[in-house]
Design a protein around this ligand. Structure first.
Ligand code: FE2
Length: 514
């Protein structure tokens, strides 16, 4: 069922402003009158659990000028209902939207029933929000017959319209997984259709305005209002190709960590993340596990915040360069020790039919053969081969049923078999991998895709010329991955069509074309 953003007024009764108790220290006399719509950035939900879901909005009547809110807390009333007319309320309350969070709220609505749809809305002063629809996770031990989700990444605002999200919002999905590059800090690319208008953000207020610009897009708002999201960041939410405290664009780590703190804060403020992901300065824990009955487990990873510095580039930009001994040092990490140990424990306790490892980029080796030998792209897993081997070893040791890795970042569709040895040796397939393309960000050239396919036989499919996203349709017997491609991301009204379909059968490693 599709969901259109609707604007309906709250109707009297329990939510009339005068009947709400005032939290201590908050002055509430007359309802605030906003000259401009404080809900211009839309609504969102995420982090679905069996009996709870996170509801998000940010009050911003002047979204591109710092939000336009007074420097004081403002009460936001919220409601969750079992129906879209709000006749049967399931939960409600009042939250303070505070200046320290850019007047964003992350409400954990609790006491809900597992595996069902809910509708939600907010009110601030006399203004009402659009209505969003969300869904709780199926109960532990339950056996859903089907679960459908989309995964998306890389939405450079200037390089195209978000028509992919309009298409996504009209589908019947249970979840959206966003794999990073929700915003871009910098302007780049050719044939731009719209503009950031300002330079690279480095402060919290500049990052807030960048998110506001992206979130004003009606198609992105529609996809948020239609489904709960899980989200992880990649590099462009902070700075191109950064690794922990290293950035080739801001060489002083102390200076860079100030930018990272502002960027992480703004990311948190604009996505329906759980309160556990709230940053503490330049640190935030976004890796997490979500369970959906006994059908699927989703492990969300953060491969940016803790990774070792890029190898073989001497502190420079981690591009595709000849191999060097630093690349294969055992201690090099993509996830950091703590997250790596956490993932190993999660894989050890994974019992669902499908185990989805959701991370930022292509995990399969993508060696480039050149005259002087092999070259590797140092910003991806190829720059951290032992970290990748340890992760695949962990999957092979714990044997979760049907592991499937999903990723973004490469602005291309990929299907690959993940093996211990990516050479010609006939190693068993440990996991299947699917990389969605980009919502808008421009992709690699035809020659590089052709070269990648030729030099890497474990890569079964690669297309860099299409923008869009991927869908996953899971049943106990089958995982069907659809590559959904835009006809033309430079057109607001672009259509979307199926480019390719792959399936993974229960108990059979490796993807096959459908
Ligand atoms: Fe990207």
């Amino acid at each position: 069922m599709s969901l259109r953003i609707q604007r309906r007024r709250f109707l009297g009764g329990a939510l009339a402003a005068t009947t709400i108790a005032c939290p201590i220290g908050v002055v509430r006399s007359e309802p605030l009158a906003f000259r401009d719509d404080p809900f211009a950035l839309g609504v969102a939900s995420g982090s679905p659990r069996e009996t709870s879901v996170v509801l998000w909005t940010r009050l911003a009547p002047r979204p591109l000028e710092g939000g336009g809110m007074p420097d004081q807390p403002v009460a936001v009333d919220w409601q969750v209902a079992e129906d879209d007319r709000f006749a049967r309320l399931a939960a409600q309350g009042t939250e303070q939207a505070v200046p320290a969070l850019g007047h964003a709220v992350h409400i954990q609505a609790r006491g809900l029933r597992p595996g069902r749809h809910y509708w939600y809305r907010f009110r601030a002063g006399r203004a009402s929000s659009p209505i969003g629809r969300t869904m709780t996770a199926p109960a532990a031990g339950s056996s859903p017959a089907r679960f459908r989700f989309a995964f998306a990444s890389c939405q450079q605002y200037e390089q195209g319209y978000f028509a992919a999200y309009r298409d996504m919002a009209a589908r019947d999905l249970d979840l959206v997984v966003h794999l990073g590059d929700y915003i871009y800090e910098k302007s780049w690319g050719s044939r731009l259709v719209r503009h950031h208008e300002v330079g690279i953000p480095t402060t919290l207020s500049e990052f807030r305005d960048r998110y506001a610009l992206y979130k004003l897009d009606p198609d992105l708002q529609a996809a948020h209002a239609a489904f709960p999201w899980l989200a992880i960041w990649d590099d462009h939410e902070v700075a191109d190709d950064y690794a922990d405290d290293r950035s080739y664009t801001t060489r002083d780590p102390a200076q860079f960590m100030k930018i990272r703190a502002a960027a992480y804060q703004a990311y948190y403020e604009h996505l329906p993340l759980p309160p556990s992901a709230r940053p503490r300065g330049p640190f935030a824990t976004i890796y997490e596990r979500y369970r959906f009955g006994d059908l699927l487990d989703v492990m969300l990873l953060d491969d940016r915040q803790y990774r070792s510095a890029p190898a073989c580039v001497g502190g420079g930009r981690p591009t595709t360069v000849p191999d060097c001994s630093e690349r294969t040092l055992e201690a090099r990490s993509m996830l950091g020790q703590q997250q790596e140990a956490w993932l190993d424990r999660q894989l050890g306790s994974a019992r669902a039919r499908w185990t989805i490892v959701a991370q930022q980029t292509l995990m399969a080796e993508l060696a480039r053969q050149a005259e002087e030998g092999q070259r590797f792209w140092m910003d991806g897993w190829d720059g951290y081969p032992n970290a990748r081997r340890r992760l695949l070893d962990s999957i092979a040791a714990h044997k979760p049923a049907n592991p499937v890795v999903i990723g973004g970042d490469r602005h291309a569709f990929f299907v690959a078999d993940l093996r211990h040895d990516f050479g010609p040796a006939r190693e068993p397939v440990i996991a299947s991998e699917f990389v969605g393309t980009s919502i808008t960000s421009q992709g690699p050239g035809e020659a590089s895709i052709r070269g990648a396919l030729k030099a890497n036989p474990h890569v079964k499919f690669a297309r860099g010329d299409k923008r869009g996203y991927a869908t996953a349709d899971l049943t106990p017997a089958l995982c069907t991955i659809g590559f959904e491609a835009l006809a033309d991301e430079k057109r607001k009204d672009s259509t979307v069509g199926r480019l390719a379909t792959f399936v993974v059968e229960d108990g059979v490693a490796g993807a096959k074309p459908a």
